[in-house]
Design a protein around this ligand. Structure first.
Ligand SMILES: [Zn+2]
Length: 475
């Protein structure tokens, strides 16, 4: 007997090459997996369920996939946008004062925000502080967790002049590799595969070559991907040219790093030729349109990557200077930014970015056998949206069907009513069952204020550009 039968819904199954629309559709869930999907009239005949849910006036679709995020920075949401050198000038002074309590408060806040906007998979990338994995495990969400590895000195880049080569500390590299490996061996496929892991050498410029290669081998030995910031900024390209005499893509190809094991994040500085080289190698791309737009003013080359046959997942990156963890925002911005970049309104249409947020995202993370579409046998990660909200109406079925464009260009995430992950309701009627949302909201405010007070008391930080903007009455 099925656990749940949803009926009378607009289904976006995302199976096949399009959005897999089913009018008046139904979906049955049993033991965490999709047991049947099709027309309501058929499933009513063939499925007996413990609970039947009338999803009339709802759209049911796969849960959204956020493939690259630094969730902890939600505790300093809004401190690093509208400026140059966002990382050093905006984020770094705050990062310096982020305690483990602040880190976890931010991570939990981002998880609440994501669940409420329909995210079911969280691709978080962080130092593996105690309790990090438990945030996702106890929230009942799906996660791909990457413990950050680098061989930068523990005190960071403080004291370095811009343009100096980063000094590598091999002992520090080993320490972070060991930490990450312990985390990985503890969490790999945990909770019946709900929690997944990757190796995360932070960038090819942030770790010595031997240790960079060691990460790839250790990942391969475990059948895991490597999640690497790649061509992420002019800082990185400058470091690579100075250290190795080559730009990042050519260097990665030369050392054998370009293959299907690689999840390459950002490609902000990659040329079209370099982007094609990476896509054709089988490597995947994580695309953070909102973040890179806000912090760099650049549109990453996702369209070229897709046209070269590569799989792209979307990522919300970080809230210090993207300000939100909302994949509806990323889908819309990805479509819009590329239309503007190419002066072509046919570029990245609504259906294609919806695929990036679902099935293509699952492919990029190597999880498309399990999630990303509503198909029999896959894990039941799905969301139900109220499509009677004013901003998505009317829902017309012909001559032009309006559901997908209205969702992509008008939905905010607040239309998401229910969220099911692994066949369990994580959110029902907008109430999250697995965690104490109110306590998390109160705590992130408290922890955010503690970090901010420490930054305010640090005399070194007085010259921050955003402080000047505030004094001028602009914040
Ligand atoms: Zn990142």
């Amino acid at each position: 007997m099925a656990d749940y039968l949803f009926e009378n819904a607009h289904l976006l199954t995302m199976s096949g090459d399009g959005v897999g629309y089913v009018r008046n559709g139904a979906i049955a869930v049993e033991n965490g997996r999709i047991k049947a999907v099709g027309a309501t009239s058929d499933l009513k005949q063939s499925v007996v369920a413990k609970e039947t849910i009338d999803a009339r006036n709802m759209c049911i679709m796969p849960g959204l996939i956020d493939g690259h995020m630094h969730a902890s920075y939600a505790v300093v949401r809004g401190v690093a946008q509208d400026i140059w050198n966002w990382m050093q000038a905006g984020l770094a002074p705050y990062h310096k004062y982020m305690t483990p309590a602040a880190f976890l408060a931010g991570t939990r806040c981002a998880v609440v925000e994501g669940i409420k906007a329909g995210t079911t998979l969280f691709g978080d990338y962080a130092w593996p502080v105690d309790g990090w994995g438990d945030v996702f495990a106890s929230a009942g969400v799906r996660a791909v967790l990457t413990a950050r590895i680098n061989s930068l000195p523990a005190q960071g880049m403080a004291g370095l002049k811009i343009g100096d080569l980063y000094p590598f500390d091999e002992a520090r590299g080993k320490e972070t590799i060991d930490q990450a490996t312990a985390f990985i061996d503890n969490w790999n496929r945990a909770y019946d595969g709900r929690i997944n892991v990757m190796y995360g050498p932070q960038g090819p410029d942030m770790i010595g070559l031997d240790q960079f290669m060691e990460c790839k081998k250790m990942a391969a030995d475990r059948g895991l991907m490597v999640h690497v910031h790649t061509a992420q900024g002019d800082r990185e390209i400058d470091q690579m040219v100075k250290r190795y005499g080559e730009r990042t893509p050519a260097f990665l190809q030369e050392i054998g790093y370009l293959d299907e094991q690689l999840l390459a994040v950002h490609l902000t500085e990659a040329t079209d030729e370099e982007t094609e080289l990476i896509a054709k190698s089988g490597a995947k791309m994580a695309l953070c349109s909102g973040s890179i737009g806000i912090i760099d003013g650049i549109v990453p080359p996702a369209h070229v990557f897709r046209q070269a046959g590569g799989s792209v997942c979307l990522g919300s990156d970080q809230a210090a200077g993207n300000n939100c963890h909302n994949i509806w925002n990323e889908m819309k911005l990805t479509s819009l930014f590329n239309k503007i970049k190419y002066k072509d309104p046919t570029t990245l249409p609504a259906w294609e970015v919806l695929r990036m947020g679902t099935i293509e995202g699952a492919k990029a993370l190597g999880l498309d056998d399990e999630i990303g579409s509503l198909e029999v046998g896959k894990k039941a990660d799905l969301i139900c949206l109220d499509v009677t909200e004013a901003n998505v109406l009317p829902i017309l079925d012909g001559p032009i069907r309006t559901l997908v464009p209205n969702l992509i260009f008008a939905a905010t995430g607040r239309e998401v009513v229910h969220s099911m992950i692994d066949g369990k309701f994580v959110m029902r009627d907008r109430i999250i069952n697995t965690l104490d949302e109110q306590a998390i909201r109160e705590n992130v405010q408290i922890q955010g204020e503690i970090v901010a007070n420490n930054v305010a008391a640090d005399p070194v930080q007085r010259s921050m550009k955003l402080l000047e903007a505030m004094e001028a009455g602009n914040l």
